[in-house]
Design a protein around this ligand. Structure first.
Ligand code: 5GP
Ligand code: SF4
Ligand code: MG
Length: 466
């Protein structure tokens, strides 16, 4: 998901709509905005579909006045997968004794079931099936006298990954979980405006200046043009999601001081060193494989070419929630550039192999177009474990790498060779010169290593085996 908030500008909701539009790649199912105006109080709008189809209408935006607003774009991981109800669309709103507050959450709460059971037993009435709603109920139960303190109480009970943007009548609040699994950044806009965003690309779109990231385990409270930093949690070693670097974030964003594009290009360079192959053309699976393919071509000296063309009017296939829709999606979205492919030995570069269904179809399309050989190079290690921290991976038994060896995968995909970047190579590309520190990894890489930095309590209860 993507979260965005602004305070200290006229008609803040318009800025939030633009910010969410720049974060649309993080969630395409639905979006919502809550605003506050001193005269009109809180207002909210939640809609299915793209930001540009909803939050551009003047008639709707007029209902969201005021200098303070937050928003969310949703992609369902936990909760009602595939059949999101409008009540599952964030931000969520709560009315407390000291006034209202709204929250938008990116990530996934790994003890949400346990918390929900406890809260329901004690009288909470849930409105949605979303794990994020727990935060509002935990806040309602807190005895603290102001919203930031109630949020601290609530979030200290929450396990898992959370980057939260919240607001009261006067405050804009941002929090990252102690490990900082999901991103969140701070920007400045105008004379005394502030914004919070999942990624820096959404600051660019509204002309805001990037200040810094919210640090792992930090809460920032912004009010009347001033930012205060709090440390509500016990200190921990950060474990940022390495898959944000590979795929999830936009290439024009900056993560931990590094351009995502540059990291991905470096992944391609590492791949070319680790798994060279004689061929005529380096071709990305667009768009997710493009920067790595550029790096691979640069390092190997093999020409880069757009052998596959993407229809720009389709969303990301993997964000479509059901397998059936995903399967249909491939041909609607990608087509082979026959004139370029014919007779060539092609190195095909993609970000990841998950189920293998997309990859197989793309290989078929290349062979149909007359490719002489297809060599698959993957910008991440084999995805052998599900993510429980906010990225939608299928159950373990649907992951190709959980069931097959590399050679079996090569055979299943029907390609001449298949190589994945090593974990160390990926860490080097992401700026860790000495690779992965195995006794204390610098990133979360659970979907590749099976080492979960936060115990996935709900899943273990459901029978998941570590
Ligand atoms: P596959 O060949 O595994 O079906 O799909 C791999 C390609 O689709 C990659 O380009 C990847 O970006 C995308 N993809 C498809 N489904 C998923 C998914 O569930 N999770 C992730 N992380 N990527 C996916
Ligand atoms: Fe990111 Fe993978 Fe960790 Fe999930 S399991 S947070 S996708 S690195
Ligand atoms: Mg892809």
């Amino acid at each position: 998901c993507g979260v965005f908030g602004v305070v200290g500008v006229q008609d803040a909701a318009n800025f939030v709509a633009l910010g969410l539009h720049a974060l649309q790649h993080r969630g395409q199912e639905a979006g919502g905005i809550v605003s506050h105006d001193p005269e009109q109080g809180f207002n909210s709008a939640r809609r299915f579909g793209y930001v540009r189809d909803n939050f551009t209408k003047q008639s709707l935006m007029e209902t969201l006045p005021g200098p303070l607003a937050i928003g969310h774009v949703r992609y369902s991981t936990a909760g009602s997968k595939g059949n999101t109800a409008i009540r599952d669309v964030q931000p969520f709103f709560g009315e407390f004794s000291m006034g209202g507050a709204a929250i938008a959450h990116n990530g996934n709460i790994t003890n949400a079931n346990a918390l929900r059971r406890e809260l329901i037993e004690r009288g909470s009435i849930f409105q949605s099936s979303s794990d994020s709603e727990c935060i509002i109920h935990l806040m309602a139960r807190s005895l603290q006298q102001n919203v930031p303190e109630r949020m601290k109480d609530a979030l200290r009970r929450v396990e898992g990954a959370f980057s939260v943007v919240a607001m009261t009548r006067t405050k804009l609040i941002g929090v990252r979980d102690p490990l900082g699994v999901r991103p969140l950044v701070i920007g400045r806009i105008g004379d005394d405006g502030f914004c919070l965003s999942s990624e820096t690309c959404a600051l660019d779109i509204i002309g805001a200046e990037f200040i810094r990231e919210v640090e792992p385990g930090e809460m920032v409270v912004i009010e009347h043009g001033h930012l205060k930093s709090h440390r509500p949690f016990e200190a921990a070693k950060p474990r940022f999601c390495i898959f944000e670097q590979v795929y999830f974030s936009r290439p024009d964003s900056i993560l931990s001081g590094r351009s995502v594009y540059e990291t991905r290009r470096q992944i391609g360079i590492e791949l070319a060193r680790e798994a060279p192959v004689d061929a005529d053309l380096v071709c990305p699976v667009p768009d997710s494989g493009t920067p790595a393919a550029i790096g691979f071509s640069h390092e190997s000296g093999i020409p880069y070419g757009m052998g596959i063309i993407r229809n720009q009017y389709m969303g990301r296939t993997f964000i479509e929630p059901t397998e059936q829709i995903r399967n249909m999606g491939v041909r609607l979205k990608l087509n082979v550039n026959r004139a370029l492919i014919k007779g060539k030995r092609v190195i095909l570069v993609d970000d990841s192999v998950v189920r293998g269904t997309t990859s197989r179809k793309i290989k078929d399309m290349l062979l149909d177009a007359g490719a002489a050989e297809v060599h698959f190079r993957i910008a991440s290690p084999p995805t052998a474990w599900p993510c429980f921290y906010g990225v939608d991976t299928p159950d373990r038994d649907k992951l190709l790498a959980a069931r097959m060896s590399e050679e079996e995968m090569r055979e299943y995909l029907g390609v001449d060779s298949l190589k994945f970047i090593s974990l160390d190579g990926l860490y080097r590309a992401a700026g860790q010169e000495d690779g992965r520190n195995n006794s204390c990894p610098q990133f979360c890489d659970a979907c590749f290593s099976g080492e979960y930095p936060v115990r996935p309590r709900d899943m273990i209860e459901k029978g998941f085996q570590l």
